[in-house]
Design a protein around this ligand. Sequence first.
Ligand code: GLN
Length: 544
Amino acid sequence: MTRYIFITGGVVSSLGKGLASAALGALLQARGYRVRLCKLDPYLNVDPGTMSPFQHGEVFVTDDGAETDLDLGHYERFTGVPARRHDNTTTGQIYTDVLSKERRGSYLGATIQVIPHITNEIKDFIGEKEGSADFVLCEIGGTVGDIESLPFLEAIRQFGNEVGAERALFIHVTWLPYIPAAGELKTKPTQHSVKELMSAGIRPQILLCRADRDIGEDERRKIALFCNIDEKKVIPALDVSSIYEVPLTYHAEGLDHQVMESFGIRDIANLDLSIWEGIVQRIKEPEGEVRIAIVGKYTNLADSYKSLNEALIHGGIANNVKVSFVFIEAEIFESEDPAPHLENVHGILVPGGFGERGAEGKIKAIQFARERKIPYFGICFGLQMAVLEAARNLCGIKNAVSSEFEGEGEHIVGLMTEWEIEGGGKEQRGEDADLGGTMRLGAYPSVLAEGSKAAEIYGATEISERHRHRYEVNINYRDQLEKDGGLVMSGLSPDGRLPEVIERTDHPWFIGVQYHPELKSKPFDPHPLFVSFIKAALEQSRLV
Ligand code: GLN
C-alpha cells in the first residue's frame, strides 16, 4: 500500500521545502521503506529548461532526459533514487496536456474547467506513482496563498479525501521570524498561513517550523493551540551549517516518529543513521582545505550551480578536506590578467554554460590552468572551451570558435544536427528547432580508451552519464587536436562520432567532459571524477 505525504510551504519562499522533503525521504529509507519523491511546480513554463538559471537556479536533468526543477537534485542526493521525467510537473505542462486532449476531442464535448479537468490531470500525475513506493512524498512548489498554487491545493485536498486519512498526510513548512525589538520569535505569520491552508480545505497534521534560533516551549504551545495541531507535531527545523545535517536534526526533533504516528504505523524500526553521521563528521572535522575556482557566468546565484557545488563538496568528503569555492565572473578575464585571481587556487573548473558572454574569459582561465599545471576540470561548455583554447593557442587555428557564438570563425565546435539514440535510432534537429526540450538530453553511453586517465578514474571503459547540450566538438579535428594540441579524446560516443571526454597527458590533471557528472554525485556515493579532481587539488595545495 502506498502512502502519500504532501509538503506545502507558507509565509515566504526559499524555506527549503525541497531539502525538507529530501531529508524526510532519507529518514523513511533509513526505516527500511521504499520512497519516491515528486514535485508540482505552479509556474507556467512547461519545464524549467528555458528558464534562466539566474532566476530559478540550475536545471536538473534526469536519466530519461527531462529538464526538471533543482529540488529533484536534492531528492536524488539524499535518497539515491534516480529521478524520472514523471517526478516533476508544472502548471504549464498540466495545461499543455489538458489542452491537447481537448484538441483531440478526448473530453467528448465537455466544457473544460480548472475543476475538474486541471485538478484531475494533477491527481493523475500523483496517482500514477501508486505502487512504486511505500511512501510517495509530493512537494508543492510556491507558497500557500499564491493564486498559482490554488489548483494544486485543491487537487491534493481531493486526493487526500479519495485515498483516506490513513494514507495521506499533510506537512506544512513555515517560518518563525525573529523580531529583535521584541526579542522573540513570532508565530502570527504561521497562524495565518495555516488558516490559509485550512480555507483551501487542508488541515496540516505536522508543522515544520524554520527558525534561526531555538523555539521555546511557549511558542510551540501557542502554535499548537492556534493552529489546532498536536504540540509534538510542531517540529522545530533550525538552520544548520551543512545541509547533510538535516536528516539527523529532523530525526532528533522527532519528525519521522511523528510521521509514523500520524499514519498509525507501529514501527519500532531501529533506524541506522550512521551513513549521515559519518558524512557530517567528515564535513565538520576536515583535515585540510582546497580552494577551487569556478569560472562561470551565473556566479552570483549559488543555486545556479547547485549540483556542481554539492558534487565538489562530496569530493571533499571523500578526501576528508573542506572545499572552498572561489566564484569568478568569467568576463573579468577579458580585461584583467587571470594570474592574481587564479594563482592561489588549487583547482580551476569551468562549468556548463550557454552563449558567448564570458566565453573568452573562460578560455583565458583554461590557458592559465594548462600552462601553470593547475588541475583543470571542464564540464560541458568547459570541455568545449578547452578545445577552443588548444585549437587557438597550440594548433594555430587562431579563429577557432563555436557556432553558438555570433560572428565569423572556424567552427571547431558546431551545432549537433543528428545523434544516435538508445536502440539504434537517430535523433535529428534543424537549425530552427524550438529551444525548449530539444537538446541532447539525458543518459547516453560513452566508451573510454583503455589506459586513459578517465578509464583509470572510473575503473571502467563503458560509462553512462547525463547530458544537456546542443553543440559538439567536430570529430574531424581529432588528429590535429591530439597531435598539435596534446588533447587526447579519451572518451567517445559508441559510434565514435562524438567526443565525450578529453584529457592531457602533459598535465597533472586536465579533464573535460561533454556530460554533467555532478548530477549523479551523492554524499554517500561521490562521483569518481570529483573525488579524483579534489585529490589532485589537494596535491596541488601541497605545492603552493
Ligand atoms: N552551450 C553548450 C551546448 O549547448 C554547452 C551546454 C552546457 O554546458 N550544458 O552545447
